[in-house]
Write a protein that binds this ligand. Structure first.
Ligand code: GDP
Ligand code: MG
Length: 336
């Protein structure tokens, strides 16, 4: 897993910037749903209508029916046991429960995945083998994969790492151009072949270039849709095999990009993907574009994969490492 996201390396300044981006990304969700919870739950009278409304808010925000019901049930129990008798206690308990849900260790490999996650790579410099940390980005077309690669490149570069990009989506010429444009914007070299070329060959060249140029991180774009699902999965398997021959520990991460605005539908799509490819984490793009940010809770519970980054806008710097506490506090901040 991406344990190179160690918190202690984030300065107070960058933590504040990340919290600010997270707040911006959940603004619509806060305004539409979560912001009213504090006044709802801080009243002295906890009758059924309060619990019903809480349930409704959580379900409307895409938290998922089962999760919403379980959360409300837990709070009710605590209230019945007399543990929540101060007006602010229910709200505090909700905050705690949401954070706990998000910080729960994922249930482990999802069905269909066979290999355990790779050992922790380090982004402070070259790994001990002198080879780059390799990240494979996968996901359906349009979810924000290529943009998220640019954001990751920006993020790692700002931590002092040297980043190289590989244009493994050879299916569409526009995809190669788009990655090259992003590469110029964020200042990362892009290794690309012609449209229609063999993605395995691109990945081979990209890895060799990363090694020759002593890059710390290699991020590889992949196609999102080929004629059939099995074509796509064959292509991804081939890319993995090529990487595995160059460095047995690669790819170190396989990040599934999801589009937060597709809500529960996106989850169904994601499940098909995780059944076929062994993913290690989620990049949740376009969180800023949805009012139903509760999907974050559904994703981490239902896919059994950690959300590692969120996309908070359309620019390269619009990225934040996912932090459960930051996220919940941003979501529950009272409406002003
Ligand atoms: N608002 C917003 N838009 C995003 C974000 N990430 C990607 N996009 C937009 O989503 C669209 C598709 O992105 P792209 O990277 O081409 O998706 P791909 O087909 O999966 O590679 C583009 O218009 C991006 O600007 C995000 O975090 N926030
Ligand atoms: Mg793309």
């Amino acid at each position: 897993m991406l344990r190179f996201l160690r918190r202690d390396r984030s300065s107070e300044e960058s933590r504040q910037a990340e919290a600010e981006k997270t707040r911006h990304a959940v603004e619509k969700s806060r305004q539409s749903w979560f912001g009213r919870l504090r006044s709802l739950l801080s009243g002295s009278h906890l009758d059924d209508s309060v619990w019903d409304e809480l349930e409704e808010v959580l379900i409307s925000a895409d938290v998922g029916v089962d999760t919403a019901l379980a959360l409300v049930e837990k709070l009710k129990q605590q209230a019945n046991q007399g543990g929540l008798n101060e007006p602010d206690h229910v709200w505090q308990a909700l905050r705690r429960e949401l954070i706990a849900l998000l910080e729960e260790e994922p249930a482990g490999p999802v069905p269909g995945s066979t290999t355990p996650p790779a050992a922790a790579p380090s982004l402070t410099g070259l790994s001990s083998t002198g080879l780059p940390t390799t990240i494979l980005m996968v996901g359906v077309n349009g979810v924000g994969k290529t943009t998220s690669i640019a954001k990751l490149a920006h993020h790692f570069k700002s931590q002092g790492s040297k980043v190289l990009l590989g244009a493994g989506d050879t299916f569409r010429a526009a995809a190669i151009d788009q990655l090259q444009l992003w590469g110029r914007t964020v200042g990362a070299d892009v290794i690309a072949h012609q449209q229609g070329g063999d993605p395995g060959a691109v990945v081979y060249d990209a890895f060799e270039a990363a090694r020759a140029r002593s890059a710390d991180v290699l991020i590889i774009d992949t196609a999102g849709r080929l004629h059939t699902k099995s074509n796509l999965m064959d292509e991804l398997s081939k890319i993995r095999r090529v990487l595995g021959r160059l460095d047995p520990s690669a790819p170190h991460e396989v990040l599934l990009t999801l589009d937060a605005t597709t809500g529960q539908n996106g989850l169904t799509q994601a499940r098909q993907f995780t059944e076929a490819v062994n993913c290690t984490g989620i990049f949740l793009a376009k969180l800023d574009g949805t009012a139903r940010g509760g999907i974050v809770l559904a994703i981490s519970r239902e896919l059994g994969l950690p959300i590692l980054f969120i996309g908070t806008g359309e620019h390269a710097e619009d990225i934040a490492p996912f932090d459960a506490e930051q996220f919940v506090d941003a979501l529950l901040a009272p409406s002003v």
